[in-house]
Design a protein around this ligand. Structure first.
Ligand SMILES: N[C@@H](CCC(=O)N[C@@H](CS)C(=O)NCC(=O)O)C(=O)O
Length: 214
């Protein structure tokens, strides 16, 4: 299995965590998102992912893109350990938590959005940070409330085992710190993060542990 990845890409980080939790071996193909204007825009990478985004997974069939689709594929091919609860309503709840991060926060603070704000709309670096922090805080506040009011309380976002929600949470909190967000107002999210960061699958997926880390 080949994962097209960048150490600092949080969507790639999600997939690395899922692969590690499933105990799957994979080869990393680093695509540098900054070097030379961004290797994701090269013709060769666009053939792999026409969106020019990371990650992409080659598992011998068609190349898969979109981190959550990739993780659901891994879940279906390798059900143990499960990354979603068995009950349909609980599955929807956990997917909802993951999507708060993957649909409502991350896309608006993603590199290409910030580059567009800076280069085309002439916003300052300070304004970019304010923008990112605004959307991250809005989403994390909602996620904190969702976790706190979830019917299954535990050490993780949902219960006592890591799920898709935690897989999305941990990389997003790393991004939030990069933008200088105050995370002390999200105690439930910090508790879930601490539980995750005691697990080797999460530790080994961290940006600084990757072969392409700078
Ligand atoms: N929804 C996509 C998001 C993918 C994405 O935005 N990846 C970022 C890195 S985390 C990227 O490749 N950015 C390149 C760019 O913004 O030019 C997913 O979950 O896979």
């Amino acid at each position: 299995m080949k994962l097209y990845t960048f150490f600092r890409s949080s969507a790639s980080y999600r997939v690395r965590i899922a692969l590690n939790l499933k105990g799957l071996n994979y080869e990393q193909v680093p695509i540098h998102l900054r070097r030379g204007g961004g290797e994701q825009f090269s013709a060769s990478y666009r053939e792999i992912n026409p969106q020019a985004l990371l990650p992409a997974l080659d598992d011998g069939g068609p190349i898969l893109t979109q981190s959550l689709a990739i993780i659901e594929y891994l879940e279906e091919r390798h059900p143990k350990p499960p990354l979603l609860p068995a009950d349909p309503a609980e599955r929807a709840l956990v997917r909802g938590m993951a999507l708060i991060v993957a649909c409502e926060i991350h896309p608006i603070q993603n590199l290409r959005v910030l580059v567009h704000l800076k280069n085309h709309l002439k916003q300052s670096d300070d304004d970019l940070n304010l923008w990112a922090r605004h959307w991250i805080d809005l989403g994390l506040s909602a996620l904190e409330q969702t976790v706190v009011s979830s019917p299954k309380q535990g050490t993780f976002c949902f219960g006592d085992a890591p799920t898709l929600a935690d897989i999305c949470l941990v990389p997003q909190l790393a991004n939030a710190r990069r933008f200088g967000c105050d995370l002390s107002v999200y105690p439930a999210l910090l508790r879930a993060e601490a539980a995750c960061l005691a697990i080797p699958a999460f530790i080994n997926a961290a940006p600084e542990k990757q072969p392409d880390a700078e």
